[in-house]
Design a protein around this ligand. Structure first.
Ligand code: GFB
Length: 317
């Protein structure tokens, strides 16, 4: 990436987009065009076309997406497929029309087949049925990857896709109805500690395995690949190790200092039993994560912004 190039980060206020912005600033980039969703509605094709025609960004990071945890994906199914599809179509096509030099699209590990062999290699995409709770989201994200590959093959666009595992870090969502498991657990254990509660509810059986990557590591990998990778297909970004939800809960409990019990609610869905990334391709390029899980969760919990974010977000048991 040329240091003076114009960079558009779609979704720069979200957890992923804000981490990419921090990383690029730290690397000395300064020519950003950033728009909030009030200033530019990415679902509006004309607005996106006008924006790209006026700004002609050299580099695009497509980190804007409708995202959420297992319950939000399952409940807001139409919003998840529609909003993600239309955002991807609008931005990727406008980047092609306006000759964006390089675009990075972010997928997600939950779009691999539900029962694919583990660890998940990049070539397992589209080899089996998807997890039911997030099928609409997965279909939209798979379409985004295929958009990048198709514009590359037909028109020679340098559009690439990366596949992050479950992420956490600054600017996460702590709404207990819509969030992912890690922010939910940090909030639940913290509030239970303050209220002297005897137990904390954990959704599902606690047996599913998940892999977690700090978003600053993700941003580092995205930057690395934006500099060094120019191919069709995708690249997994993760740590290559996973943990059961039960052990994750015990770890968060220890970091937060909650002394009560865990109570598993098996009426809530478990989702995919396991989705561990094979990070061999990424490691072969010379990149490896730096922030281990316990260290990362401690950093998040000790950040004063985290508890402020609990705010008035929904509280459900
Ligand atoms: O992080 P999570 O919501 O989503 O849930 P997925 C992971 C696991 O943690 C599931 C359990 O087995 C949940 O049942 N869990 C336990 C909890 N307690 C809680 C809790 O309080 N809140 C939440 N949210 N989960 C999502 C996908 O799947 O992963 C998305 O639905 C997305 O599409 C994301 O890609 C990365 O890991 O199951």
């Amino acid at each position: 990436m040329n240091k003076t190039g114009k960079i558009y980060i779609a979704g720069h206020r979200g957890m992923v987009g804000s981490a990419i912005l921090r990383k690029l600033k730290a690397e000395g980039f300064s020519n950003f065009i950033l728009k909030t969703s009030d200033e530019l509605d990415l679902r509006n094709q004309q607005a996106v076309n006008d924006f790209f025609a006026a700004e002609k960004p050299d580099y695009v990071f497509l980190a804007a997406a409708k995202v959420g945890g297992i319950q939000a994906n399952n409940v807001y199914r139409a919003d998840f497929i529609y909003e993600n599809l239309i955002i991807e179509c609008n931005i990727i096509h406008a980047a092609f029309v306006n000759k964006t030099e390089k675009l990075m699209f972010l997928g997600s590990s939950c779009i691999y087949p539900k029962l694919a062999p583990q660890p998940l290699k990049e070539e397992y995409l589209l080899t089996g049925l998807l997890e039911e709770t997030n099928e609409p989201y997965a279909i939209a994200k798979i379409a985004g990857i295929k958009l990048c590959d198709s514009y590359r093959r037909q028109y020679g666009c340098n559009f690439l896709s990366v596949m992050p595992t479950n992420l956490y870090g600054p600017n996460d969502n702590y709404d207990l109805e819509k969030s992912h498991v890690l922010p939910a657990l940090i909030r639940k254990f913290h509030e239970a500690k303050i209220a002297n509660q005897s137990e904390v509810e954990i959704w599902g059986t606690g047996s599913p395995l998940r892999e977690f990557l700090h978003v600053d590591d993700l941003a580092d990998a995205c930057y690395y690949l934006m500099q060094n990778y120019n191919e069709e297909g995708l690249v997994n970004i993760g740590t290559g190790t996973d943990i059961t939800i039960k052990d994750l809960a015990l770890l968060v409990k220890k970091i937060v200092g909650f002394e009560g019990e865990l109570k598993f609610n098996s009426s809530k869905p478990d989702g995919t039993p396991r989705k561990l990334m094979d990070v061999g391709k990424l490691h072969s390029f010379g990149w490896k994560h730096k922030i281990e899980l316990e260290q990362g969760i401690t950093m998040v919990y000790n950040n004063p912004e985290t508890i402020k974010k609990f705010g008035t977000a929904n509280l459900i048991s």
